[in-house]
Design a protein around this ligand. Structure first.
Ligand code: NDP
Length: 451
């Protein structure tokens, strides 16, 4: 068994790296899934004959395009746009658009690959996709962001649609950007459909979609904690990021009784030893979403807090860590600091925020550790609920959406337990999420023939 897994993973990865050189994030994401599903493939060799993994790592379609736009001074800029339509075996392509200077094909492919498994875990009919551009909204005026979004959609509109591909937000894409993209899409298509989720409440958006990723991560963490007879009550929580996911993870953890002490952005982190309360969280939302300021401004408003420029928050002692910023933001050194600081639960809000070396440290120390594809699936799950509401032209109450979100997160947890529990009782959430996500997509691909 061990030998097969090692040979299979090494052989597969050699081919993948040769065919997709330089795409290190994509290699990392594929390797993690391969290591989990290889024993399953050995048990069900017809999946090897069907070349399911070979088909899964090859996107069904990659769209790459020029996005020209003009800034407020009349200067012309050219960015690169992407949409990776990875897998449509279980539903229309679905999920986020990322606007960040770091966006490249490797990051798009890793995110689209992860999304395929995540969407499968939600139990809803959604395929996997990701898109974006190396454009950063940071420091741009509203008018510049609008012109960029309109130019981006002027190409992308022909490749998406309510039954084809339904994008949503991600890093750098919130309600403002979704609004501009949806507006241009509607204008070009002359139709008002549920293409795009994360829409405004007045024009087809679902209640709780903005909150869903962070809230869902906390619901997932509650299930993890319960396996050890614990809850958020009285626990110290360290959160990274200060955007959509971080704000709502911090808010929900606080409301569940935890003391949440950090937030961060790419310039540094703030530590508030008293923990956040409703007023402080409301201030952060205003600062980040309306004023579009930096997290360091928090300490001017709340002088008991400290700002640590150029650092990440993982050295602060805590019980629970929730990385909610970006990929590979916890390395082996950070993981060692977390373990030494007493952390016993790491619930990912971001996508792939933990490096493979750091994951190994968490798992060796038998921490509760969940990968983003399981614990941050509440965002896309609620996008799926938004699609359902758009299809039946109805709007559910916040209570109805929250109940569904809660149920879905608890079902995902149960699936991880089912497929990830090791002989010694340790729940390997990485293995559980990968196998549970894989089985459904692989089965659908076999059913649909060689397409
Ligand atoms: P936002 O743009 O709202 O916030 C991102 C936050 O992360 C910002 O505080 C940003 O700081 C920080 N950040 C971004 N890049 C880096 C970096 N290289 N180093 C340190 N900090 C960084 O994005 P979201 O909150 O929507 O997304 C956060 C994570 O969650 C991403 O991994 C995303 O893929 C994932 N996710 C999001 C979902 C959603 O529904 N929005 C759904 C599922 C997953 P700065 O302002 O300095 O850039």
């Amino acid at each position: 068994m061990e030998k097969f897994v090692k040979n299979y993973v090494e052989g597969f990865m050699a081919g993948l790296v040769a065919k997709n050189p330089g795409e290190k994030e994509f290699h990392q994401a594929v390797k993690e899934v391969l290591e989990s599903v290889a024993p399953y493939l050995e048990k069900y060799p017809y999946l090897l004959d069907q070349k399911i993994m070979e088909r899964m790592v090859e996107p069904e379609r990659v769209i790459m395009f020029r996005v020209p736009w003009m800034d407020d001074k009349g200067e012309i800029h050219v960015n690169r746009g992407f949409r990776v339509q990875m897998n449509s075996a279980i539903g229309p392509y679905k999920e986020g658009i990322r606007f960040h200077y770091s966006v490249n094909l490797s990051i798009m492919k890793f995110l689209a690959f992860e999304q395929t498994f995540k969407n499968s875990l939600t139990t809803l009919p959604m395929g996997g996709a990701k898109g974006g551009s190396d454009f950063s909204p940071r420091g741009k005026s509203d008018a510049e962001v609008m012109r960029f979004c309109q130019s981006f959609i002027t190409e992308l509109f022909r490749h998406i649609g309510a039954d084809t591909d339904v994008p949503a937000g991600d890093i750098g894409v919130g309600g403002r950007e979704v609004g501009y993209m949806f507006g241009q899409y509607k204008r070009l298509r002359d139709e008002f459909t549920g293409t795009f989720t994360g829409k405004g409440q007045a024009w087809g958006g679902s209640l709780l979609r903005p909150e869903a990723t962070g809230y869902g991560a906390c619901y997932f963490a509650q299930e993890m904690l319960a396996t050890r007879g614990k809850s958020f009550e009285g626990q110290t929580v360290v959160v990274s990021g200060a955007g959509n996911v971080a704000q709502h993870a911090a808010e929900k953890a606080m409301r569940l009784g935890a003391k949440v002490v950090t937030l961060s952005d790419s310039d540094g982190f703030i530590y508030d030893p008293d923990g956040f309360d409703e007023e402080k969280i409301a201030y952060v939302k205003q600062l980040k979403n309306v004023i579009r300021g930096r997290i360091k401004e928090y300490v001017t408003r709340y002088p008991k807090a400290q700002y640590f420029p150029g650092e990440r928050p993982w050295g602060i002692p805590c019980d629970i860590a929730m990385p909610c910023a970006t990929q590979n933001e916890i390395n082996a050194e950070d993981a060692a600091k977390l373990v030494a600081g007493g952390c016993y639960c790491v619930t990912e809000g971001a996508n792939m925020p933990t490096t493979p070396e750091a994951i190994a440290i968490f798992q060796q120390a038998k921490l509760l550790y969940s990968p983003g594809k399981a614990s941050n699936a509440g965002g896309v799950a609620t996008s799926g609920l938004e699609m359902s509401q758009n299809s039946i032209r109805q709007k559910w109450t916040a209570e109805e959406v929250d109940k569904e979100l809660h149920r879905i997160m608890s079902d995902i947890h149960a699936a991880c337990v089912k497929y990830g529990t090791e002989e010694d009782g340790y729940i390997n959430y990485v293995k559980g999420a990968n196998i549970a996500g894989f089985i459904k997509v692989a089965g659908a691909m076999v059913d649909q023939g060689l397409v």
